[in-house]
Design a protein around this ligand. Sequence first.
Ligand SMILES: *[C@@H]1O[C@H](CO)[C@@H](O)[C@H](O)[C@H]1NC(C)=O
Ligand SMILES: *[C@@H]1O[C@H](CO)[C@@H](O)[C@H](O)[C@H]1NC(C)=O
Ligand SMILES: *[C@@H]1O[C@H](CO)[C@@H](O)[C@H](O)[C@H]1NC(C)=O
Ligand SMILES: *[C@@H]1O[C@H](CO)[C@@H](O)[C@H](O)[C@H]1NC(C)=O
Ligand SMILES: *[C@@H]1O[C@H](CO)[C@@H](O)[C@H](O)[C@H]1NC(C)=O
Ligand SMILES: *[C@@H]1O[C@H](CO)[C@@H](O)[C@H](O)[C@H]1NC(C)=O
Ligand SMILES: *[C@@H]1O[C@H](CO)[C@@H](O)[C@H](O)[C@H]1NC(C)=O
Ligand SMILES: *[C@@H]1O[C@H](CO)[C@@H](O)[C@H](O)[C@H]1NC(C)=O
Ligand SMILES: *[C@@H]1O[C@H](CO)[C@@H](O)[C@H](O)[C@H]1NC(C)=O
Ligand SMILES: *[C@@H]1O[C@H](CO)[C@@H](O)[C@H](O)[C@H]1NC(C)=O
Ligand SMILES: *[C@@H]1O[C@H](CO)[C@@H](O)[C@H](O)[C@H]1NC(C)=O
Length: 868
Amino acid sequence: MEINNKNPVFVFLVSFIFLLCSSAQFCYGVDTIRQGQTVADDDTLVSEDETFELGFFSPENSTLRFVGIWYKVDVKAVIWVANRDSPISNRNGVLRIGVDGNLVVLNGNDSSLVWSSNVSGLSNNTAAVLQNTGNFVLSNNESIGDTSRAHWQSFDEPTDTFLPGMRVPVNSMIGEFRVFRSWKSASDPSLGNYTMGVDPNGGPQIVIWDRMARRWRSGQWNSVIFTGIPNMSNIASFLYGFKLSQPDENRTQYFTYDPSDPSDLLRFRLGWDGREQQLRWDDDRKTWTVMQTQPDPSNICDIYNHCGNHAVCDNLKAPKCNCLDGFRPRVPDQWSRGHWSGGCERRVQLQCQRTNGTNTNTTARQNGEPDGFKATRRVKLPDSSRLLLSATNVDACASSCLGNCSCSAYAFVSGIGCMIWEGDLVDLQHLDQVGNLQFFYRIHNSELDGGRKISNTSIIIICVLGACFLVVSIWLLWRYKKKVKRLPVVSSMPCCKDDDVAVFNESKTKEFSADLSGPTDILIDGSQVNGPELTIVNFSSVAAATKNFCEANKLGQGGFGTVYKGELRGGQEIAVKRLSGTSGQGLEEFKNEITLIAKLQHRNLVRLLGCSIEGEEKMLIYEYLPNKSLDYFLFDESKRALLDWRTRFSIIEGIARGLLYLHRDSRLRIIHRDLKSSNILLDAEMNPKISDFGMARIFGGNQNEANTVRVVGTYGYMSPEYAMEGLFSVKSDVYSFGVLLLEIISGQRNTSFRSSDHTSLIAYAWSLWNEDKATELVDPLIRDSCSTNVVLKCIHIGMLCVQDSAMHRPTMAAVVLMLESEAPTLPMPKQPTYTSMRSLVDEDYSMDIHETASASSKDVTVTMVDGR
Ligand SMILES: *[C@@H]1O[C@H](CO)[C@@H](O)[C@H](O)[C@H]1NC(C)=O
Ligand SMILES: *[C@@H]1O[C@H](CO)[C@@H](O)[C@H](O)[C@H]1NC(C)=O
Ligand SMILES: *[C@@H]1O[C@H](CO)[C@@H](O)[C@H](O)[C@H]1NC(C)=O
Ligand SMILES: *[C@@H]1O[C@H](CO)[C@@H](O)[C@H](O)[C@H]1NC(C)=O
Ligand SMILES: *[C@@H]1O[C@H](CO)[C@@H](O)[C@H](O)[C@H]1NC(C)=O
Ligand SMILES: *[C@@H]1O[C@H](CO)[C@@H](O)[C@H](O)[C@H]1NC(C)=O
Ligand SMILES: *[C@@H]1O[C@H](CO)[C@@H](O)[C@H](O)[C@H]1NC(C)=O
Ligand SMILES: *[C@@H]1O[C@H](CO)[C@@H](O)[C@H](O)[C@H]1NC(C)=O
Ligand SMILES: *[C@@H]1O[C@H](CO)[C@@H](O)[C@H](O)[C@H]1NC(C)=O
Ligand SMILES: *[C@@H]1O[C@H](CO)[C@@H](O)[C@H](O)[C@H]1NC(C)=O
Ligand SMILES: *[C@@H]1O[C@H](CO)[C@@H](O)[C@H](O)[C@H]1NC(C)=O
C-alpha cells in the first residue's frame, strides 16, 4: 500500500503527533536530551533498542525520588543512580542540560541544584544520549553519542552495577580503584559500606571491601580467568568472557566483559549486603536469575582470610581451618574452640632469620641446613603478591625467592609469571580444581618431609625392620620365581628369535586364533568370557605374536603404554597396546569397559579386536594399520608431499565423523581427551582412524562433563579450561580437533611452531586470518592443488574450534555439517588469547609431568595424577 503524502488526513495526523511531541517534549522512544530540553518527573528517555530507560524513580518502600537508569523489562532493575546522596522529596524535580552545558538535576520547587555532571569548560551546545549499552553520554551536539569524544559518561561514574561494555581501568600508578559502591539498603541508594574494584598489584584481581577491610577477592587474573574462582571456565559459566586489554599509552589496561550471547540482559551488582551477584533476565519466567554470587554464601571460606594467616580454609572439611605444614595455631585454645582469626605461626623459625642473612652464606650453612620450600597445590594463591618480571621461568623464580630472606613464598603461574610473597601468607583457600597452580612456601629445613627429626633409636628400629623386610622379600621372590617357571610365561625367552611356537601351551589354552573377527570361545583361567563381542587372549599368545614384546616390533609409545606390532600364525597383523600403570579399575570393571568399547564400530575408529589380562598385565589388541600415524606423514619434509589436498580434506572429514560418532552417535558418548596427530592412524587407502579412544574412560572418569582429578592430554592440543581447571567436555575435543585441522592445513606442528612474531600456530593463524591473508597459512605443497574456498572454509572452522570459551566452539555435529555444506554461513571467531601464554604453560607443567616421548613424535603427553 502506498501512502499519499497529500492526503489531508495524513497531514493532519502528522501535525497532531508533532504538536503532542513538542508540547510534552518527549514522545515514547526519545533517547536524547538537548540544550533547553528537560526531563520532568513523569518523563523518561528510552534507549533506541528500548533496553534501557532513564528517569525518576523511587526505590521500593521509599517515596524519595532519584534520577536513574534501569533495564526496561517487566522487573525494573536500576543500574545507575545520579543523585544517590541527595534525593528529592517531591515529584517536581527535573533533569536538564544546564546553561554551562552540564547535565543537572534540579529540585523543581526552588530550582536548587541537586546533582551535576560537574565538568568544567563545556560549550553551551551539548547534548546527552542514552545508548543501547546503558551508557548515558554527554558530548557536544555535533559529536553526539561518540563515547571517545564524550565530556562525561555514566559508565565512568558507575554506582553499584557493572555492565557488559563497561571498562574498569587497571593501572598500578592509579593503584586500587574502588569504582563500585553498594547501596545503603535495599530501599536506599545512598553510599553503603561496601566497595568493589580492582587491585592491580601482583596480578590484577577484583576485590570487595567492607569499608577499609577486604571482604572478598577473586584471585589473580591469569589472562583467561580469575584464579580464585572455581569453575570460571566451565561451559555453563556466565563469568567466562572477561578480558584485560593491552596497555594503552598511559600503561592503563581495562577489564571488560563480553557475554557469550550478546542478546542476554546481564548485570553484575554489588548488593547492599556486600555480595556481588551476576543476574540475567529470564524472559520466559520474567525474573532476574542469579547466575553466581561472590562471596558464595554457602562457602564461608570465600570470606577474606577466614582462617587467619598461614592457614588453609576448606569448606568441605571439618575443621574448616588447618595450618599449613610447618605451622601451628598461634593461639591454640582459641583455635580449638573454633576462633580461627588468630591464624598460625611457624613451628620453627626460619634459618635465614636466625642468621640474619641470605640462605647461601656459607657461615650460615654451618649453623644448619638452608631453608627449603614446601609445595602445595589446589589452593587459592595468597593475597598481596608481587610480580618479579626479571624471573622468566620457574627456576629463576625459585632461586630469587630462596636467595632473599624476605621472600616467604613464590609461584610461577602461566599467564601471570613469577609471583613472590613477603611476610605473612594471607587468605588461603582450598580449591578443588585441577589446575597448574602450584605454590611454594618457605619453611625451616627440619619441617620438610613431615618435619619430625629422626632419633637414634628410631634409626635402629628402621634398620632392623628394613633387614627383616629384605629377607622376607627375597624369600617371596624366590618362591614366585619357582611358580613362574611352571607357567608358560616367556619372560626368560630370548627376544626376537623366531622360535615362538614353542612357548604356546596348547593343551591349556586354545591358541590365539588366526581369525579374530569371528566368534571365538577362547578361555581365560578356565572360564568362558562374555560371548562373541570381545576376545580375551592368553598372555603367552600375545607375547608370541609380538616376539616377546621385542624392541624391533615396537610401533610407538604414548601416555597409556607401549604399542607393539604382532603377527598371528595365520599371517594376520595386529597392534598390541601394553597398558602401563594401573588403571584405577578392578578387573571386572576393566573387562566391562573394554567390552563396551569393543562394540564401538565406525570406519574412522581403529577396531579393538580383543584384550589380554593376566595379573597386572593388561593389553589391548587392535587391527594393524600399515600407514602408521598422521604425524609420521604430516611433519616429515619428504613424506608430506604424499598428502595432497584431497587426501588431507578427506582425512579432516574422517576425523570429524569419527569424533562425532564418539560424542553423539555411540551409546557411550566418549570424550577422547587426547586427540592429536599421532593418535590418527592411516589405513592402506589413507583413511584416518582415530585410536586411543576410550582410554580416558578406562583410566578413570567416564563422566560426560566433569571436573577431573587427572589431566591427560598433550601440550598444544589441550583446551584452556581443561589445561587450567581440569574441566572437560565434548568441547575440549573440539578444541583439539581445531588444532589438528590447522596442523593438517599448514603442515606445521602446533607444539613446535616458532616464528618471529607468534608463539603458536593458532596465534599465527589468527593474525593471518585477521589480515585476510589466511591462504598464506596453507602448506606451500598443496597451495596449487587446493580449492581456495574450501581451504578458507576449513581454516574458518579451525578458528571457531580453537575459541577460548567452550561455549563459542561448535559441536562436532555442527563441524561435520559445515564441512559438508558448499557455502555455509559461519559465525565470526574471536581472537584466541589463550595460546599467547602457551610458552609459559610449558614451563609450568614441566614440573610434575610424566614424560614419554613417542618414537615417532615429539609430542609430550601429560598425565597429572592428583590424589584427593
Ligand atoms: C518493603 O516493605 C515490606 C513490608 O514491610 C517488606 O516485606 C519488603 O521486604 C520491603 N522491601 C524492601 C526492598 O525493603
Ligand atoms: C513545592 O511546590 C509545589 C507546587 O509547585 C507545592 O505544592 C509544594 O508545597 C512545594 N513544596 C515545598 C517543600 O516547597
Ligand atoms: C564539582 O567539582 C569541583 C571541583 O572539581 C568540586 O569542588 C565540587 O564540589 C563539585 N561539585 C559537585 C556538585 O560535585
Ligand atoms: C552559547 O554561547 C555563545 C557564545 O559563547 C553565545 O553567543 C550563544 O548565545 C550561547 N547560546 C545559548 C543557547 O546560550
Ligand atoms: C543540535 O543538532 C541538531 C541536529 O544535529 C540540531 O537540530 C540542533 O539545532 C542542534 N542544537 C543546538 C543547541 O545546537
Ligand atoms: C555499615 O556499617 C555500619 C557501621 O559499622 C553498621 O552499623 C551497618 O550495619 C553497616 N551496614 C551494613 C549494610 O552492613
Ligand atoms: C593519557 O594521559 C594523558 C594525560 O593525563 C591524557 O591526556 C590522555 O588522554 C591519556 N590517554 C588515554 C588513552 O587515556
Ligand atoms: C639482624 O639484623 C638486625 C638489623 O639489620 C640487627 O638489629 C640484629 O641484631 C641482627 N641479629 C643478629 C642475630 O645478627
Ligand atoms: C655470612 O654471614 C656472616 C654473619 O652471619 C657474615 O659475617 C659474612 O660476611 C657473610 N658472608 C657473606 C659472603 O655474605
Ligand atoms: C629482597 O626483597 C626485598 C623486598 O622485596 C627487596 O627490597 C630486596 O632488594 C631484595 N634483596 C635482594 C638481595 O634481592
Ligand atoms: C564445578 O563444576 C563441577 C562439575 O561441573 C561441580 O561438580 C562443582 O560443584 C563445581 N564447583 C563449584 C564451586 O561450583
